[in-house]
Design a protein. Structure first.
Length: 166
């Protein structure tokens, strides 16, 4: 039997959307300042040890910033934003916001009961109401560099027929 793009186990395994909300370049450059500070601590002991310690600490700090960044993903009928996940059928129509509207959604207009994955330096956000009456969270607010693609992936996942799990 020949495998096609729409059949088999791999058809559901590929995400419709995936984005790591990594820090901006300016944050990473600013974080690299940790390297000379670590080197200064070890400089009175040994200059070679100071250089090695500075490089190791600087690289480790930047790596931790990138590795610890939340991931936004739409896969298998679920939206994952950071450490939370919700079935897309429990979400209302996603609204993409940019510029002033996005700033308002991230700041003064943010509901304190909302689930939010917000990153500074990322302008766009997608706002989705939660249609589950039992859920105390009324809305999800998720940062995205491409909010139009995230909203389209959620709509596409909502439109896909779901087979019941056995």
């Amino acid at each position: 039997m020949q495998k096609t793009a729409g059949s088999g186990v791999g058809a559901q395994a590929r995400p419709l959307f995936r984005e790591r909300l990594s820090p901006s370049l300016w944050v990473l450059v600013s974080a690299a300042v940790v390297a000379p500070m670590a080197a200064l601590v070890f400089a009175p002991i040994d200059t070679t040890a100071a250089l090695v310690a500075g490089i190791v600490v600087g690289v480790a700090f930047v790596w931790l910033l990138i590795a610890g960044s939340p991931v936004v993903e739409v896969r298998d009928g679920m939206l994952r934003a950071g450490r939370a996940r919700i079935p897309v059928e429990l979400l209302g129509d996603p609204v993409e916001l940019r510029a002033e509207e996005a700033r308002n959604a991230r700041g003064p207009g943010l509901d304190p009961r909302a689930w939010h994955v917000i990153r500074g330096g990322i302008d766009g956000v997608v706002v989705m109401s939660v249609e589950d009456a039992d859920d105390p969270t009324p809305v999800w607010v998720v940062s995205s560099r491409t909010p139009d693609r995230l909203a389209a992936a959620i709509r596409r996942a909502q439109a896909m027929p779901r087979t019941p799990r056995r």
